[in-house]
Design a binder for this molecule. Structure first.
Ligand code: F3S
Length: 632
């Protein structure tokens, strides 16, 4: 039977189950990645498995989110991550070496392999025809230890690209166009596969911008074919031997198809709120802005920053606000220094910041009150930039550069066209530290706190509804990122005090006082970042179950991994303060909840697989893995 690219990769990696859509399979993971924000917990979880060293083919630990070390606790995390990577056989990418996704596809990615990362933008590797999937730290810890990663085989959506981008229209606009057409929910339950004659006109970094941003559609992953362009990129990275051709078979079948004519696209901007709040540039031209940030794992490639440098050369950006550029990797940074772009950008009035996540998650450059920050990042919901009072609009580097010059949102097509061509790249892996093997001491500052053990599920769950929320609750809403909590990622009891901080500052105190309880959400509960802490923190506070209409994929898995049951129901009759009781002794699909406060009963259900039920009953993924034997 003819196969798609995704089906080819899955069939080579499935070890448990059959790759039949809608069924759960266990797949072998070739590469794992962690970053410093989710990584300390993932490595503590790995350590609790009691293995001698990692078993996956390649495991890389990146330090990128808090690389500026604005608090001592983050510096402690970095020292811990370096030591534990060395001890257990992982590579460690030091502060300043760049954002995990960019560095991984530059230096390690390979077509046809699987990559599991404790970061939701792991599908960025799909630009290099690698199947990248974002997951919680526990799943990554288990996969690094040689265990299987389980997922429900999604449906397939083919996105056919035709034509060629014209000047001023970028890969980011393709991603924004996809979001405009299918929304932030349109990819849920799908793998996206790119095809068509337009693919050959996109470089690997441009493809990676698209696969990175397709995460915002809710898709499990997205992937481009491996072709001549992929081969050239790997040759420039000095790794041509990693290339393998990977295209779909003729007549391979997809569940859905979408066609985009690149030649007819315009520059687009996603205005604040959600990444699918997309407008043609003409509709937002002249909008006042208060900051410009160019960089991140979406748009921090050499191609992206070089085009900005060329647009700004011999000109000056507006002095009404700050313009910040942060290349996504040290390779890009060195290229920009070597070719003079660093000078051109600085001369134009840009503030250059070292490779890393930085402003993307509000580590510095937090927008002011009601300020609009125009950014090339991938997310723009409330609080993402470090303050719930600042606003973020998303755009391409070209729109950002034109707007930085104009002082307002501007159309790059009004400026003379520039092109970028690179035939060589600087290879410098000095800041990637190879593991030295067993016996290395592991530094552990007091802020690095081991997880409590996972306890088996009790037969009756009872407690109070501690908070009722609406649709689209994000992991940022559950546990805010940025300066507030970034330094507490290794200290669950402390970070848990910030659970739902912006929704209800008393939530954590109330949960502790009442020895836990329940949360009620709406549709797509837990969307956004893969942040495992958004499940771990409620678990630490004693939350036993969530009642919602539907769940985002990674957060649902994270809840199950910590033993919190994601129940599905109509939540309209549940209110904060209701006292609930659920008999979960057999965890059948249909259950009843007794609402003691209202004297009523409501029907609920779940979609847990038999493996997940077993895991919940044991207490969570770590307890379940330990029971089965790590690495099984
Ligand atoms: Fe970092 Fe922002 Fe990407 S936080 S991993 S640059 S989405």
């Amino acid at each position: 039977m003819p196969k798609t690219i995704t089906e080819k990769i899955l069939s080579r990696h499935v070890q448990e189950g059959t790759s039949c859509k809608g069924t759960e399979v266990g797949i072998r993971i070739d590469h794992c990645l962690t970053q410093d924000s989710t990584g300390t917990m993932a490595w503590l979880e790995f350590e609790s498995l009691g293995l001698e060293r990692v078993k996956a083919e390649l495991v890389a630990s990146y330090s990128d989110h808090t690389s500026l070390g604005f608090k001592g606790e983050s510096t402690d995390d970095h020292a811990f991550l370096k030591a534990i990577a060395s001890r257990y056989g992982a590579k460690f990418s030091k502060n300043g070496n760049g954002v995990c996704h960019q560095v991984h596809y530059e230096r390690f990615g390979a077509p046809g392999k699987t990559l599991l990362g404790s970061d939701s933008h792991t599908p960025t590797a799909g630009g290099l025809a690698m199947l990248g999937i974002g997951a919680g730290g526990m799943d990554v810890a288990v996969a690094a230890g040689g265990g299987l990663f389980h997922l429900v085989v999604p449906k397939l959506m083919q996105i056919v690209l035709k034509g060629k981008l014209s000047w001023g229209v970028a890969a980011k606009d393709i991603a924004l166009e996809i979001l405009r057409r299918i929304s932030v929910k349109g990819g849920v339950g799908y793998f996206l596969e790119f095809a068509g004659p337009g693919v050959k006109n996109l470089s690997v970094p441009q493809r990676a911008t698209i696969t990175n941003m397709c995460t915002e559609t809710g898709a499990t992953s997205s992937i481009f074919p491996s072709d001549k362009v992929t081969r050239k990129f790997l040759r420039m990275q000095g790794r041509e031997e990693d290339w393998a051709k990977l295209v779909p078979d003729p007549h391979a079948k997809y569940d859905k198809s979408l066609e985009i004519d690149l030649s007819s696209l315009k520059p687009l901007v996603a205005m604040p709120g959600m990444p699918d709040n997309v407008y043609d540039i003409d509709e937002v031209l002249g909008t006042k802005i208060d900051q410009v940030f160019i960089g991140s794992c979406t748009n921090g490639s050499y191609h992206d920053i070089k085009i900005v440098a060329k647009m700004l050369k011999n000109k000056h950006v507006s002095t009404d606000f700050d313009v910040i550029v942060s290349p996504a990797s040290r390779q890009v940074w060195e290229m920009l220094i070597e070719d003079g772009s660093f000078f051109d950008l600085t001369k134009a009035g840009v503030r250059m910041i070292e490779p890393g996540c930085n402003a993307c998650i509000g580590i510095g450059f937090v927008p002011g009150y009601e300020h609009l920050s125009l950014r090339t990042v991938n997310r723009n919901w409330k609080g993402r930039g470090g303050s719930k009072f600042g606003k973020i609009a998303l755009c391409s580097p070209e729109v950002a550069a034109a707007s930085a010059l104009a002082g307002r949102i501007a159309d790059p097509r009004e400026l003379p066209p520039v092109t970028v061509k690179a035939d060589r790249l600087i290879i410098d892996d000095y800041l990637i530290i190879e593991p030295s093997g067993g016996g290395s001491p592991i530094e552990r500052a007091p802020n690095i706190v081991q997880l409590e053990s996972q306890e088996p599920l009790t037969s009756i769950l009872e407690g109070e509804v501690l908070l009722k929320l609406g649709d689209g609750v994000s992991t940022d809403d559950i546990l805010p990122a940025g300066p507030l909590t970034q330094h507490l990622r290794s200290n669950l009891p402390e970070i848990a005090k910030f659970t739902f901080y912006y929704e209800d500052k008393n939530f954590a105190e109330r949960a502790l006082e009442k020895s836990g309880g329940f949360i009620v959400g709406g549709d797509n509960y837990g969307q956004g970042s893969s942040r495992e802490h958004a499940a771990l923190a409620p678990w630490q506070l004693g939350i036993k179950a969530v009642f919602a209409k539907s769940y985002a994929r990674i957060h649902r898995a994270n809840l199950i991994n910590v033993g919190i049951i994601p129940f599905i129901c109509d939540t309209s009759t549940l209110d904060q303060g209701d006292r609930l009781e659920v008999d979960v002794s057999d965890l059948g699909r249909e259950l009843s909840v007794e609402n003691k406060a209202k004297g009523s009963t409501i029907k609920i259900h779940h979609d847990l697989s038999p493996r997940e039920i077993e895991m919940i009953k044991t207490g969570g993924l770590l307890a379940h893995t330990a029971q089965k034997g790590a690495g099984q």
